[in-house]
Design a protein around this ligand. Structure first.
Ligand SMILES: NC(=O)c1ccc[n+]([C@@H]2O[C@H](COP(=O)([O-])OP(=O)(O)OC[C@H]3O[C@@H](n4cnc5c(N)ncnc54)[C@H](O)[C@@H]3O)[C@@H](O)[C@H]2O)c1
Length: 250
């Protein structure tokens, strides 16, 4: 129970990896705010968490919009009186963005960068004040193994997230805020199961990963819980790859 008395906000926490993270932090005692653009799904996720004995609220939030993100974080901080952990998880998926950089429509490039990159900036800007007033905190960004491949708008956006993890860690250290990242590999979230055919998943698992199983939301939640906990109090500016050994590198 590493988060008793702590307050956590998860962007994009209504489903998938974000929901897994919210469930995990709640199971260790954190009060949870689900901040999602899908208001209905966010409310449903918070209701389910409360039914399971957690303490959770949902707030509307479009991380691409600074005023929406500010309002969501302010609402959460007012509800709980503090903010200890902010997980910048909300992000658009690779599938719609695999076209070559020179061919992807301009508005798709814009939306990708607005959500995946500026969404992290907006979240950090909004969370910084309440965290500093709580005596410090932890921001965990969710990047992707795609950051390491040098391909397409999605990969570029996630490489920028890795850069932000370091830049924000340097900027916010003096306020007692650590900033770490998790870069997931192939995780069997609803979205991936729906869009990634079974034969492609199998091929990927057997030919790219060292650990021959599909990644689970809990695998990412475990890594986030470690980085957000006091066990990682000497760790900042680091991104942890959780990929089953895909794309090993030194
Ligand atoms: N699933 C994977 O295999 C995988 C791999 C690597 C990285 N990731 C990253 O993990 C994160 C979560 O992925 P997932 O698979 O759970 O995705 P998902 O699509 O299942 O869930 C994303 C959630 O974010 C919300 N969201 C989308 N845009 C938003 C916005 N502008 N503001 C607030 N909320 C918004 C959605 O409503 C949804 O609830 C993303 O950043 C994704 O890039 C996922």
């Amino acid at each position: 129970m590493r988060f008793v008395g702590k307050v956590a906000l998860v962007t994009g926490g209504a489903r998938g990896i974000g929901l897994g993270i919210a469930q995990r932090l709640a199971s260790e005692g954190a009060a949870i705010t689900i901040a999602d653009i899908d208001v209905e799904a966010g409310a449903r996720a918070a209701r389910n968490l409360n039914d399971e004995g957690a303490t959770a609220i949902a707030v509307a939030c479009d991380v691409a919009d600074p005023s929406s993100t500010d309002a969501a974080v302010r609402k959460a901080a007012a509800e709980w009186g503090r903010l200890d952990v902010l997980v910048a998880n909300a992000g658009l998926h690779v599938q719609g963005y695999t076209k070559p950089a020179c061919e992807l429509p301009w508005e798709d490039w814009r939306r990708m960068l607005d959500v995946n990159v500026l969404g992290v900036v907006n979240s950090a800007r909004a969370g910084r004040g309440p965290m500093a007033r709580s005596g410090g905190g932890v921001i965990v960004t969710i990047a992707s193994m795609a950051a390491y491949k040098g391909e397409n708008a999605y990969g570029v956006s996630k490489l920028a997230v890795n850069g932000l993890t370091v830049a924000l860690a340097k900027e916010l250290a003096a306020e007692g805020i650590r900033v770490c990242g998790v870069a997931p590999g192939l995780i069997g979230s609803e979205e991936i199961m729906a869009r990634f055919p079974a034969h492609r998943r199998e091929q990927y698992i057997n030919h790219t990963q060292l650990i021959r199983r599909l990644g689970k939301e809990e695998d990412i939640a475990n890594a986030v819980a470690y980085l957000a906990s006091d066990e990682a109090s000497f760790v900042t500016a680091e991104t942890l790859l959780v990929t089953g050994g895909a794309f090993c590198r030194i």
